[in-house]
Design a protein around this ligand. Structure first.
Ligand code: CP
Length: 331
């Protein structure tokens, strides 16, 4: 595995899920693997779980970690090629990424969407430009369209709580929110969970349809109560519209998941990726419910990141070839 930006970068998704479950048993089993290697974690947006779990995962593998809030702590980046830089941007991504690649053996980046320009966001320009110019493996810490580290942790959590010899019903339900949020978590959840041997139903109000590229294989149900019936896992998440891009069409009905709706389920396990707005997206009683897996999901972020970094480290050449080394050889 060279990069980790989608499930399609992973040669065997079942194997990496099992790898994370194994690492959870003994997180320091490969503490020498990353010795002498450095990961750079670049954030363009806020984070609690991704920022800390990926650091913990890298350190458990023996790696050095550097973290930078690129949007606030560095020069303004020019992401477009072939522009005369006489505006506000100070440094081109070609130069910045090249430098990062000489300092780091792996680079992680968080780069949220604009939610105003669908074509730009779904082109994953920032991620692609970094991968093009940094010369080292890139791990998505949540991009404009996908959050694969979260989805791997979600898959691990479902696997841990899945009764053997039983095909569970998993329901991803849209939830209310006070602002427009990206589609990255639900896109990614659908992309991963449709590859497992489960029945996935996605329920949302009219106007909140996700991009079909990610939901193929899932049942779409506009009636939330019908969708929740006999569910074994409920994944609660808000997202903004994909078709009327980034908009939040008015929803008159009550879509918040609460104890009354919970009665329709098969004593379902409750999931949410966090952060959650209590009693807006999901009732506090369900967040704190004995069947809630929300803290377990967050804990599993560490072992999921560790499984990804371990897989990449195993494939790294012992000596990274970078532009600087090449130019010294050529000189
Ligand atoms: N779930 C998740 O990615 O959390 P953070 O945004 O805090 O990293």
């Amino acid at each position: 595995m060279k990069h980790f930006t989608t499930i399609y970068d992973v040669p065997d998704h079942n194997k990496i899920i099992e790898e994370a479950i194994q690492l959870k048993q003994n997180p320091l089993a490969f503490s020498e693997l990353g010795k002498g290697k450095t990961i750079g974690l670049i954030f363009m947006n806020p984070s609690l779980r991704t920022r800390l779990s990926t650091q913990k995962a890298a350190r458990s593998l023996g790696m050095e970690v550097m973290v930078m809030n690129l949007d606030k702590e560095s020069w303004a980046i020019e992401w477009n090629d072939d522009v005369i830089m006489n505006g506000n941007s100070v440094e081109h991504i070609k130069d910045a990424a090249g430098v990062l690649g000489t300092y780091c053996d792996i680079i992680g980046i968080r780069c949220f969407p604009t939610l105003t320009d669908k074509k730009l966001d779904y082109s994953e320009k920032i991620l692609i430009q970094l991968m093009k110019y940094c010369n080292v493996p890139v791990v998505s810490l949540e991009s404009a369209t996908l959050h694969p580290l979260q989805s791997l942790a979600d898959a691990v959590t479902i696997k841990e709580n899945w009764k053997q010899n039983y095909k569970p019903k998993v329901v991803l339900t849209w939830a209310p929110h006070i602002k427009a949020l990206p589609q990255a978590v639900p896109n990614s959840f659908a992309e991963w969970i449709t590859k497992l041997d489960v029945d996935l139903t996605i329920t949302h109000p009219h106007g909140y349809e996700l991009c079909k590229d990610y939901t193929r294989g899932a049942t779409i149900e506009y009636d939330q109560e019908k969708a929740l019936k006999d569910a074994d896992f409920i994944y609660v998440k808000n997202w903004s519209a994909y078709n009327d891009y980034g908009k939040t069409p008015e929803v008159k009905e009550n879509w918040m998941m609460d104890l009354n709706k919970y009665q329709l389920t098969n004593s379902a396990r409750i999931m949410h990726c966090l952060p959650v707005r209590r009693d807006v997206e999901l009732s506090s009683k369900l967040i704190d419910h004995p069947k809630s897996l929300i803290q377990q999901q967050a804990a599993n972020r560490v072992y999921s990141a560790q499984a990804v970094l371990k897989t990449i480290l195993m494939k790294l050449p012992s000596k990274q070839t970078n532009i600087h080394a090449l130019s010294l050889e050529e000189a």
